[in-house]
Design a protein around this ligand. Structure first.
Ligand code: PEP
Ligand code: MG
Length: 326
């Protein structure tokens, strides 16, 4: 199989009926970068910038941040990279961060964009490092754990301020700056129209979204098997997001673990996703699936399955059967 995946590396991820699919990889450290060429991914759909902070003993200085971001962009060359601003707090604790207090429910606590809007110095430093590293190239930024569209406006004000600051000192600025939001908090589902207008792209963080929608701790093995992300409710919700993106002409990707398993990736394509981001090791298996997939026929099957009220459809079993048949 490894041999098969290697031969697929330079082949396009296109379905049997000719639909191109963008397969991106998730990364977070310099050591991940060689995987971009090795896996044949189309780009980095999620660069988790907090990892640099988590492996350090103190806040990385602006120079160290800039160096890493430059290294990432150099390694990616013409391929797109989406940097997510630091997603700390929750289960991602920085021992050296003195502002954090004990929280009863850290997953629901002072984390990600909430924390960086309250400590704008942190965000400003990171934005400055990103803007400098991307001088003369495209920069794509993404905000984690957005709950209200207004948080995007607040983050944008900080970004604009840094852009003005750097241009005053005649730094080379990015050729374009695209700002996106992760959809991980259910409240965004009732602001989809406004959200799609407020950003250049969105990316579904299905790990956190599933955790919050089903009230199921993502790290709790006792309940891990209880609810299936490939069940009717969650797939309907993911379909609603992709349709809202289509209606507003706002690109939608999905970068949670769901994207990395061939069966669930198949479900995502079947409900309309055309761009997904996953661990590098998943690119080969997912691409092999894509190239065999009669997508039109699958989309029809998915419509039928998701229209089914009442009796529980075993979508996972149906998808496995579809995969065997085709
Ligand atoms: C997610 O929540 O799905 C996601 C991609 O972000 P993380 O796993 O880093 O929380
Ligand atoms: Mg998340």
């Amino acid at each position: 199989r490894q041999q098969l995946y290697r031969t697929l590396r330079d082949k396009p991820a296109q379905t049997r009926d000719g639909v191109p699919i963008e397969l991106l990889m998730n990364a977070g450290l310099a050591v991940d970068l060689p995987q971009l060429a090795q896996s044949g991914a189309d780009g980095i759909g999620l660069f988790r910038t907090e990892l640099q902070f988590m492996v350090a003993f103190t806040f990385p200085r602006v120079e160290a941040q800039e160096r890493l971001y430059r290294e990432v962009l150099d390694a990616a060359g013409d391929k797109p990279v989406t940097f997510r601003t630091i997603d700390i707090g929750g289960d991602k604790v920085l021992p050296y961060f003195k502002g954090a207090q004990h929280e009863e429910n850290p997953a629901l606590g002072w984390r990600a964009i909430r924390l960086t809007l309250d400590r704008p110095g942190l965000l400003r430093t990171q934005i400055r490092a990103l803007l400098k590293a991307a001088g003369g190239r495209e920069l794509k930024l993404m905000l984690p754990m957005v709950t209200e569209v207004d948080e995007i406006r607040q983050a944008r004000a900080i970004i604009d301020r840094e852009v003005r600051h750097l241009s005053r000192f005649a730094y080379l600025l990015p050729t374009s700056l695209k700002l996106g939001a992760m959809i991980e908090v259910p409240s965004l589902l009732w602001q989809l129209e406004e959200l799609m207008k407020a950003v250049d792209f969105v990316s579904v963080g299905s790990n956190d979204l599933f955790q919050f929608v089903t009230a199921t701790d993502r790290g709790n093995t006792r309940i891990a098997e209880r609810f299936d992300p490939l069940g009717v409710p969650f797939l309907r919700l993911l379909r609603q997001i992709v349709r809202a993106g289509q209606a507003a002409h706002t690109p939608v990707t999905l970068c949670g673990e769901l994207a990395g398993r061939p069966i669930s990736a198949m479900a995502l394509l079947g409900i309309g996703y055309r761009s997904i981001s996953m661990a590098p090791a998943s690119i080969g298996p997912v691409k092999a699936m894509v190239r065999e997939l009669p997508l039109g026929r699958l989309a029809e099957r998915m419509e039928e399955m998701l229209a089914n009220h009442g009796a529980r459809t075993d979508i996972r079993a149906e998808l496995s059967a579809f995969a065997r048949e085709h």
